[in-house]
Design a protein around this ligand. Structure first.
Ligand code: UFG
Length: 338
């Protein structure tokens, strides 16, 4: 019996595969390598001492999903495979709908036919938009996201709810806040393609001298220091939540189940706080300049993670400083690979 992890060589996927292997799950990875690299597979093996099965294909190829399911007894699935660049999704919305939603429906069609349940979906706090209250709990009303990327997450959730109800399945929708950091071994981490959009990879590359300076998008927000506030969650903590959410689904007797959890630390940090925490954790300067606000950015978002703690027995344990230390260690590792 194995767990299918789509996008298992990606950033959050690879950390979750390690946690699954360390919890004695057998793992089958599908990843088309469009936003990941093969050495991550070797590094997963180095970190865990175990070997997941790997299929390099695109989940739009439904016949290949069929073949995989004929070859393995799959007990559950964690679905990470998706495009995730907010800006790019505005330029290529159809690519996002096709890649993120066709693949999801393909998987579910096959699971429906084969009586496979226990589906974990990578969602995002972007489904809440700029919430009217903070912290954000699971009852906070959803708002239509500005980006097509965000819309694929909201639509994905709806598809899964319909799937669970119509076909008596168990699903868990995990709404991530802002994942950061790298594995403590520095063998796994985020691999941004080109110029990073996200804050922490950009800060890291600036510290490494790859970027001249960090642009801070706006210091006139109604927050304490004027910069926008997010909930930065350490990727290994986040990966552990997936194992807990999966175990919960697998242990439930109910045939139909729709869980949803906000996965964050419960603490908001401003952009300037992140920059200063990075500087003090790693004893290195990060040159920056203040620029105009970035279009589509919200002011503030941080989680109320109490539901996950109560129902999954999970909470984020790693501090912002520790997470930012691990990022820097990963950057150093990447430099040794060149
Ligand atoms: N920021 C900068 N300079 C940069 C990059 C980011 O100042 O070079 C700021 C942003 O303006 C924002 C904060 O840092 O205030 C965080 O930005 P990120 O791009 O790292 O993260 P976002 O919160 O904008 O987006 C993240 C994920 C999305 C997800 C979204 C949900 O990247 O996938 O959270 O809110 F949809």
């Amino acid at each position: 019996m194995a767990i299918l992890v789509t996008g298992g060589l990606g950033y959050i996927g690879s950390h979750t595969v390690v946690e699954l292997l360390q919890n004695d799950f057998e793992v089958v990875i599908v990843d088309d390598l469009s936003n990941s690299e093969r050495f991550i597979l070797e590094n997963i093996e180095k970190v865990s001492g175990k070997k997941p099965t790997f299929y390099p294909f695109d989940l739009k190829r439904r016949e290949l999903i069929k073949q995989l399911l004929d070859a393995h007894y799959i007990e559950g699935c964690i679905n990470f495979a998706a495009f995730k660049a907010v800006g790019e999704s505005q330029e290529k919305p159809l690519d996002y709908y096709e890649n993120n939603l066709f693949t999801l429906v393909n998987l579910l069609q096959e699971f429906k036919e084969r009586n496979i349940s226990n589906f974990i979906f990578s969602s995002s706090c972007t489904v809440y938009g700029q919430a009217d209250q903070q912290p954000i709990d699971e009852n906070t009303p959803l708002k239509l996201p500005e980006s097509s990327y965000g819309k694929t997450k909201q639509m994905g959730e709806e598809i899964l709810k319909d799937f669970a109800i119509a076909h008596a399945k168990r699903v868990s929708l995990l709404r991530y806040f802002n994942p950061i950091g790298a594995h403590p071994t520095a063998l796994l981490g985020e691999l941004p393609i080109g110029i990073p959009n996200n804050l922490v990879p950009f800060v890291t590359q600036t510290a490494a001298g790859i970027r001249e300076k960090l642009n801070i998008w706006g210091n006139d927000y109604p927050t304490e220091d004027g910069t926008a506030v997010r909930d930065y969650i350490y990727v290994v903590d986040l990966a552990k939540a997936h194992v807990k959410a999966l175990q919960k689904l697998m242990n439930t007797k109910e045939e139909t189940k729709i869980d949803m959890y906000n996965l964050g630390t419960g603490k908001g940090s401003s952009v300037l706080e992140v920059v200063h925490a990075f500087e003090s954790a790693n004893q290195i300067k990060v040159p920056y300049q203040i620029c105009d606000r970035r279009a589509g950015d919200i002011t503030i978002a941080y989680a109320n993670p109490e539901k996950a703690e109560k129902e999954l027995g999970w909470k984020a344990e790693t501090t912002l400083q520790e997470a930012l230390k691990s990022t820097w260690k990963w950057q150093k590792y990447l430099e040794t690979r060149k």
